[in-house]
Design a protein around this ligand. Structure first.
Ligand SMILES: C[S@@+](CC[C@H](N)C(=O)[O-])C[C@H]1O[C@@H](n2cnc3c(N)ncnc32)[C@H](O)[C@@H]1O
Length: 229
């Protein structure tokens, strides 16, 4: 794992380092925009957002072109260096101001209650500590702020969920940038104290063979406006 200078004479490791996966993802994700209809999903994911938004695990920045003009600023957190560089290039081409920042979901490098919205797409599968990451999302959202999510997870019948679990224990995470197949994003959001808004379960791709990654959910959750202290 390469080391990064912090400017203080010390060196820091990249929080996430998956250079081969990053290059692979950069290629397949661009194809999936048209071939799998991901561009339309991103459009729905972000429609209606406004104000300051934080995007966690922005990857190569494919969401950026879909932010509506009502969004005043996006802070895009991306820990993987190769993907982050691609995200910077994508930020230069989009209509909304996007600041691409290194960092990990488990320790977001931003102030508390600083954002009106948060976006997580295809990220909860990969973070090391889901409760901690969602705790951080909750911390940085203002009370009443919205989380927009598009995630894949556990699904299908018994054979499929057994397959997902078996892959999670063996080859899948090391070959796919730490991705897990059998997580449950809806339960994770609920457990983290978010109020679940409307969400829709969907298959990706919508037609054709069902893959271990096909079981997706698209929706909104909120940090409660009034919280018990
Ligand atoms: C499958 S990609 C999705 C990228 C992008 N969100 C999208 O919709 O195309 C997963 C992303 O999660 C990022 N990631 C992995 N672990 C992370 C963590 N602990 N904190 C934040 N992002 C993380 C990866 O670097 C990668 O960019």
């Amino acid at each position: 794992m390469p080391l990064r200078s912090t400017g203080s004479g010390k060196v820091a490791r990249d929080a996430v380092h998956h250079p081969l996966f990053a290059r692979y993802y950069a290629r397949i994700s661009v194809n999936a925009e048209t071939r799998m209809g991901m561009a339309g999903v991103r459009e729905r994911l972000l429609a209606g957002l406004s104000g300051r938004v934080i995007e966690i695990g922005a990857g190569n920045g494919l969401n950026f072109a879909h932010y509506p003009r009502t969004v005043s600023e996006v802070v895009a957190i991306e820990p993987e260096r190769t993907l982050r560089q691609l995200a910077v290039e994508s930020a230069l081409r989009c209509g909304v101001p996007v600041d691409v920042v290194p960092g990990a979901a488990e320790a977001l490098p931003v102030k508390s209650e600083a954002f009106d919205g948060a976006v997580i797409s295809l990220v909860l599968c990969s973070v090391r500590d889901v409760p901690r990451a969602l705790g951080e999302v909750r911390r940085v959202l203002r009370p009443g702020g919205a989380v927009r999510f598009f995630e894949h997870g556990r699904g299908g019948g018994r054979v499929m969920t057994c397959t997902q679990r078996a892959l999670d224990r063996t080859v899948w995470p090391p070959l796919n940038g730490g991705c897990h197949l059998a997580r449950d994003p809806i339960a994770a959001l609920r457990d983290a104290g978010f109020e679940l808004g409307p969400y829709r379960r969907m298959l990706m791709p919508e037609k054709g063979p069902r893959l271990p990654t096909s079981y997706c959910v698209l929706g909104t959750a909120w940090r409660p406006a009034l919280e018990e202290r």
